[in-house]
Design a protein around this ligand. Structure first.
Ligand code: ZN
Ligand code: ZN
Length: 355
């Protein structure tokens, strides 16, 4: 399977006329080699590949990395240069979006005759369509996180702080087998809800507020992503109306997910509805994003994205409105694009829950 994934890079090699490719971005490294450690280098030629790591990771690499020669070396740039001298590569690709300037400089210094070729978004996009193993991992982690949220619902009540809720949710996820939280949860109540990425603070929930909770777990490298907005105690007419607008936008977008629709068409379905309701200026971010080995990955669902959805892609649908001085509503599910429509992986009900 890892060999198949590496074989998908052949067209990239052809297009960029590469002799080899250096991969160090951990999600790409894990996807292409199976290595789950925190430092390593894949040096991929057209017919062979090498995995370079220092002595801290040699045993782990021998255990996890499939079909590559493992080279232990304390100076990875030296190891790359030494391989280049043996094999004679002329054009070496590197990850444009993830390579530090110092790494590029070190390679350029050691390999003056080699052309270093920046390879951009198309490399990360090789992970956009998930295989069966990835889909079952994503389904498992999404279900686990949703169950954890449902288990802590009784603790969401006036007087509890946003930070206490975030901690309780993380503990519940770990009890249920998660490796950890997938990202810093967003817990934003009352007026703080106007901040789309308001981190959990020491503010305490009050009756009559909405609280937006954006949460996810990580398990075996794969992430989940879901957002609920709840009413604490009771909801007034304005809160209910805002919620209904966002929920309708969310439901319309999910109903439109299918292979062949472009990301910007999908974004427009939710955005146009929110604009029709006079709230367009309060929906500032894109409709969603891919989820997998990273919490945010390709494709991006935004008004600027021409990417076309394909079966096997896993994306979030997360419209929201954020009104300064009032608060906000976001509703997010993660879905997998199927042959005809989509399957929702996240499981917390999306009607307005009053807790
Ligand atoms: Zn989220
Ligand atoms: Zn998201």
């Amino acid at each position: 399977m890892l060999k198949d994934r590496r074989a998908r890079l052949v067209s990239l090699f052809d297009r960029e006329q590469l002799d080899c490719l250096v991969v160090e971005h951990l999600p790409n490294l894990r996807y292409l080699t199976g290595f789950s450690g925190s430092t390593g280098t894949l040096l991929l030629g057209r017919d062979a590949g090498w995995f370079i790591c220092d002595s801290r990771y040699t045993l782990q690499a021998r255990d996890e990395v499939v079909g590559l020669e493992i080279i232990e070396h304390s100076q990875r740039h030296e190891a790359i240069a030494s391989l280049q001298r043996d094999v004679g590569w002329q054009r070496m690709g590197f990850e444009a979006d993830h390579t530090m300037v110092s790494t590029h400089q070190a390679l350029a210094k050691r390999l003056p005759a080699v052309q270093l070729v920046a390879v951009g978004a198309e490399l990360d996009a090789i992970r956009d369509r998930k295989d069966q193993g990835e889909l079952s991992a994503l389904k498992q982690v999404a279900g686990l996180a949703s169950d954890a949220l449902l288990a802590v619902l009784p603790q969401i009540r006036p007087g509890v702080s946003e930070a206490e809720l975030a901690l309780a949710l993380e503990v519940e996820m770990r009890h249920r087998g998660a490796d950890g939280r997938g990202f810093d949860f967003i817990v934003a109540s009352g007026e703080r809800g106007a901040m789309p990425h308001g981190r959990a603070s020491n503010k305490r929930l009050q009756a009559g507020e909405l609280v937006t909770i954006d949460f996810g777990a990580v398990l075996n490298g794969y992430h989940s992503d879901e957002t609920v907005t709840l009413a604490v105690g009771h909801a007034d007419n304005r809160q209910q109306r805002m919620y209904d607008v966002v929920l309708t936008a969310h439901n319309r977008a999910i109903a439109a997910v299918r292979p062949g629709i472009s990301c910007k068409e999908l974004d427009a379905i939710a955005r146009d509805y929110i604009c029709e309701q006079g709230l367009g200026e309060y929906f500032g971010h894109g409709l969603g994003h891919g989820v997998g080995l990273e919490i945010h990955e390709a494709p991006t669902l935004s008004p600027r994205s021409d990417v076309v959805l394909a079966s096997g892609m896993v994306v979030t649908i997360e419209p929201g409105v954020y009104i300064p001085g009032w608060g906000g509503v976001r509703i997010e599910d993660t879905v997998v694009v199927t042959d005809e429509s989509c399957l929702i992986l996240t499981a917390v009900p999306k009607r307005l829950m009053v807790v």
